[in-house]
Design a protein. Structure first.
Length: 387
């Protein structure tokens, strides 16, 4: 150790502008030329520390000899080498989409070693000015910050330029909760509709709003998961959609894998839906691929196979907008179920268990403000406090 520390440090430190520049040779590249890396530090002491760190990294072989010419090239390496083999396929798809659609077109050609916090801040401002939502800017930021954190570890950057950024205020999308009258009206309209796409939504919407199942859990249901005599269903899988591929996967948490008791009305819904499905199977004959799903695709050539969550969302938005429920999301059916249970006085712990929340705290934190009379009860509880 002492002998290593006695070696003279490689590299230079010089004052540049308002800071100090540290430069070190990283070795000969594939082009036969010697490559250098430069870093800017705020003070001379910081520059000396940086030079020492770079020398130690160089001696351990941890200092990259070559770095990508652009941020875009680095992001390709990061996606292929770090994200794809180590993260879930859905996460990779999400990151890749953000890199392709938002980061590369704006700052993909920037040199990664020259990227500054003000460049990143300006990039976010340009996204907002171009009509990108605040929510998407936050997604872009999380992706870029994660990628540049890896760039720091690989020695391309001295610090993460996306680590000290002022983000636009994120307004959480307000959930839409249907009243009991609205719920009954929506279900009746879908059930009695002459439009096939609307009628086909009746059963999945009715089950979602009476069980609180997540959309992926609903589409993963098989008839073998449902016990109509025992009036319950078992949540064992969820559907994951990656591009055009769909697959079943285990629920994320232990609480999500659960048994959900069914109301008699829900049992009746399942029975009617199964009769309709059996009639469709008979009409299609060998064209129906029987994979046992409760809510499968019903159109050729994928009839009987697992249904696309994106396609269900699209059909739901179109039909509910046409029926006067603009802005209603399929996930709002779950919100409606939880809210109506809490409003009816069902204990929070029981509601959390039914819908697969990790804890009752999560349920209460999300829905407490929607409970009717909660503030009035809080005020009434103060009666007599002051004499």
């Amino acid at each position: 150790m002492g002998r290593d520390m006695a070696r003279p440090l490689q590299g230079t430190i010089r004052r540049r502008g308002g800071g100090w520049q540290v430069t070190i040779c990283t070795g000969r590249g594939s082009d036969g030329r010697y490559h250098r890396r430069s870093f800017t530090c705020a003070s001379e002491d910081e520059a000396k520390d940086k030079l020492l760190q770079l020398n130690l990294a160089r001696r351990k072989g941890e200092l990259a000899r070559e770095h990508p010419d652009s941020l875009g090239a680095f992001l390709d390496d990061w996606l292929a080498g770090v994200v794809k083999p180590n993260r879930a396929a859905k996460t990779y798809e999400h990151y890749e989409m953000i890199v392709r659609n938002h980061i590369k077109p704006h700052i993909g050609r920037e040199r990664i070693d020259r990227l500054r916090p003000q460049d990143v801040q300006r990039f976010y401002a340009e996204l907002l000015a171009g009509g990108v939502s605040v929510s998407m800017v936050h997604h872009v930021h999380r992706t870029l910050r994660a990628a540049l954190s890896q760039a720091v570890q690989w020695g391309y950057l001295p610090a993460n330029p996306a680590g000290r950024i002022t983000l636009p205020r994120h307004e959480t999308a307000e959930m839409r909760v249907l009243s009991r009258e609205e719920t009954r009206g929506l279900l009746a309209t879908l059930h009695d509709s002459d439009k096939p796409t609307a009628r086909a939504l009746w059963a999945p919407v009715a089950v979602a709003v009476t069980t609180g199942l997540r959309q992926g859990e609903l589409l993963a249901l098989k008839w073998s998961d449902i016990d109509l005599k025992g009036a319950c269903l078992h949540v064992r899988h969820t559907v994951e959609e990656i591009g055009v591929e769909r697959r079943l996967k285990a629920p994320k948490t232990r609480q999500s894998r659960r048994t959900v008791p069914l109301h008699p009305d829900t049992v009746a819904i399942f029975r009617e839906h199964r009769r309709s499905q059996d009639e469709l199977r008979l009409r299609l004959g060998n064209l129906w691929t029987d994979e046992g799903f409760v809510f499968p695709e019903t159109t050729l050539p994928r009839a009987g196979r697992v249904r696309s969550p994106k396609a269900l969302q699209h059909a739901f938005r179109q039909e509910t907008r046409r029926l006067g429920y603009a802005g209603l999301r399929f996930h709002d059916l779950r919100h409606t179920h939880v809210t109506q249970l809490l409003a009816a006085g069902v204990p929070v712990k029981d509601v959390a268990t039914r819908v697969g929340h990790a804890s009752a705290v999560m349920t209460l934190g999300t829905y407490a403000h929607l409970l009717p009379g909660s503030q009035e009860a809080a005020v009434k509880a103060l009666d007599g406090l002051l004499g």
